[in-house]
Design a protein around this ligand. Structure first.
Ligand code: GDP
Length: 195
């Protein structure tokens, strides 16, 4: 897939603020600092479409981007920031549930985890929400450049086990630094959006 056009549309909290669901949509999810903004910018080949290194946990909004006037890319709010109060956490959970339940044009979610770390309770909660809502998931292990190629399977197996996935090889190792996995991810996204 070629990104000819990528433009910010709207930040939404409530369903009334979502853009009309007339095009297929793919969302990206992960903890704060997992490398979500860097991955989005790398994918669409823009320096700052999504803001890198923003204050973690601050922006609790669903950001919609128009891609090629053909589909929507959605940047879901990062979670798991330690200092976030319980009430904000609850709001985040409700906002995600509502989005997953109502968004009929949502074709799939790219779930990001840092290749070096075991998924957290919130990562597993997110995977559970996707499962109960029957939303296809593509797991991507970010910051792959931090782990030598030969060592990666060991880390991917830990992630797969934590998510109860049957095949760790379906996890795409990715790096925004050296473009590891970029083509593979691009192809996998294409397959989800235009089956
Ligand atoms: P977000 O909070 O999930 O949007 O994460 P960011 O994209 O802002 O990245 C968080 C931090 O991780 C920044 O300091 C990035 O430079 C760094 N980072 C992001 N992606 C990679 C990567 O692929 N490799 C390495 N080594 N660092 C990365």
């Amino acid at each position: 897939m070629i990104f000819r056009k990528a433009e910010f549309m709207i930040s939404a909290v409530k369903p009334q603020q979502y853009p009309e669901g007339i095009r297929p949509e793919l969302a990206v999810s992960g903890r704060s600092n997992v490398g979500k903004s860097s991955l989005i910018n790398k994918l669409v080949n823009r320096k700052a479409l999504a803001k890198v290194g923003k204050t973690p946990g601050k922006t609790q909004m669903i950001n919609f981007f128009n891609i090629n006037d053909e589909w929507y890319l959605v940047d879901l709010p990062g979670y798991g920031y330690a200092k976030v109060p319980q009430e904000t956490r609850m709001q985040w959970g409700k906002m995600m549930q509502t989005y997953f339940r109502l968004r009929e044009n949502l074709k799939g979610v790219i779930q990001l985890v840092d290749i070096r770390h075991q998924p957290t309770d919130e990562d597993r909660l997110m995977m559970e929400m996707l499962k109960v809502n029957n939303i296809p998931v593509l797991v991507v292990a970010t910051k792959a450049d931090k782990i030598a190629r030969g060592q990666r399977p060991k880390y991917l197996k830990i992630i797969a086990e934590s998510f109860k996935m049957s095949d760790w090889k379906t996890i795409i190792p990715f790096s925004s630094e050296d473009a590891t996995g970029l083509q593979e991810l691009n192809q996998a996204m294409d397959d989800i959006i235009f089956p």
